[in-house]
Design a protein around this ligand. Structure first.
Ligand SMILES: *Cc1c(COP(=O)(O)O)cnc(C)c1O
Length: 378
């Protein structure tokens, strides 16, 4: 059996090696490493794939979020709502810009932003809502967009874990994750569903004026060469990464299909095991399984992880500790107990190996090892 990895980036590379190698060589031969045509071409190809007017590439997903917030001209203390059960970026960039991160709880089943908690968290100072499409399926965008539109709040989607997911709007129209908010951010970190061989990120928007501002901010706030209209940053995708991403974008739908196939195997094998809850699917979104995350009930998580590890099976806890109790955000004055669902999830979730190269032998071995631990034959 092939060694089991959380993410098999080598296996994925080997499948498309001639195309990737050729793409990298093309950039090396051009000796244009920054601001080349590969980046422009990739932006256009991703825009066409998603069905969005503008894609602005940048250095990473966290920068993308920061740049979106910078483009809105917010005032210190303006409030940015983000889910608590997530990666730290959304909270971090809000704090960094002098804005106030406001956390909301999530749904226990889908792990995505809870709408009732969102409504309770809104104040006159709320300027932005950042739903994170966690683990590969979209948050309830119909409700989030309605709530935001009624109050003139900007929505920025964090689609770093759900690029290529489809969302069916209440009106029946099917759109891609990352095309519904006023802006959306994604990451091309190697382990993401569309990953490069280093760092990378992008912003999506249908607003052409905003696209110009976002693009300027990524280049030091410069519109005309050496004239700075805005305070910007230096955040760019390089030509080699763009060339790699152009190859991998052509395979993104196959990658999502492979992840779904692995997820179906897990569902089938683990769905009826006592003490294990398989990931819930929302009706309005497809799932692209950035993670396959189960919940454990009265099963010793640490011991299960050790058991799996002893069989050469990695597993990970995304996320072990909630944002509101992190040392860096103590000043927000949240307390233990403020976010019961997030706190319970941090104690009960476990993510299993999930990638595009999983085979049946590996899946079978992983599931049997879990079952053997949970319900040992006497
Ligand atoms: C990975 C990730 C980010 C950050 O992306 P980087 O490219 O690592 O900066 C932000 N939000 C979510 C939900 C992520 O998973």
């Amino acid at each position: 059996m092939k060694k089991i990895a959380m993410v098999d980036l080598l296996g994925q590379y080997q499948r498309v090696k001639p195309d990737i190698d050729q793409a990298i060589q093309r950039v090396l031969d051009s000796a244009v490493f920054v601001k080349g045509s590969e980046v422009k071409d990739f932006e256009n190809e991703l825009a066409a794939y998603l069905g969005v007017k503008h894609v602005i590439a940048c250095g990473n997903g966290t920068d993308a979020l920061q740049i979106c917030l910078m483009a809105l001209g917010l005032k210190p203390g303006d409030e940015v709502i983000t889910p608590n059960f997530t990666f730290i970026s959304t909270v971090e960039v809000s704090a960094l810009l002098g804005l106030k991160p406001v956390l909301v709880d999530v749904e226990s089943g889908t792990f995505n932003m809870d709408i009732a908690s969102l409504e309770r968290a809104i104040t006159p100072k709320t300027k932005v809502i950042i739903p994170v499409h966690l683990f590969g399926q979209c948050a309830n965008m119909d409700e989030i967009l309605r709530i935001a539109a009624e109050r003139g709040i900007t929505v920025i989607e964090d689609v770093a874990q759900a690029l290529s997911a489809d969302y069916t709007l209440r009106i029946g129209k099917k759109v891609k994750a990352g095309t519904m908010g006023r802006m959306a951010c994604t990451s091309f970190f190697p382990s993401k569903n569309l990953g490069c061989f280093g760092d990378g990120g992008a912003i999506m928007t249908n607003d052409s004026e905003l696209a110009g501002t976002l693009s300027a901010i990524t280049h030091h706030g410069m519109r005309k060469r050496y004239y700075y209209d805005l305070t910007g940053v230096n955040s760019r995708l390089d030509n080699i990464q763009a060339a790699i991403l152009r190859v991998k974008l052509r395979h993104l739908d196959e990658y999502s299909a492979a992840r779904n196939e692995a997820a179906r195997y897990y569902d089938h094998a683990l769905g009826s095991i006592k003490g294990i809850t398989i990931p819930e699917r929302s009706a309005f979104t497809t799932h692209v399984f950035h993670q396959y995350t189960i919940k454990l009930n009265e099963i010793d998580r640490e011991a299960l992880m050790k058991h799996l590890e002893s069989r050469g099976i990695p597993s990970m806890i995304y996320y072990p500790f909630p944002c509101h109790l992190q040392q860096a955000f103590k000043y927000l004055n949240y307390r233990e107990g403020d976010f019961p669902v997030t706190e319970a999830l941090c104690k009960s979730v476990l993510s299993l190996p999930m990638h595009t190269e999983m085979d049946e032998e590996q899946l079978n071995f992983i599931c049997n090892s879990i079952i053997e631990f949970v319900s040992p034959k006497s």
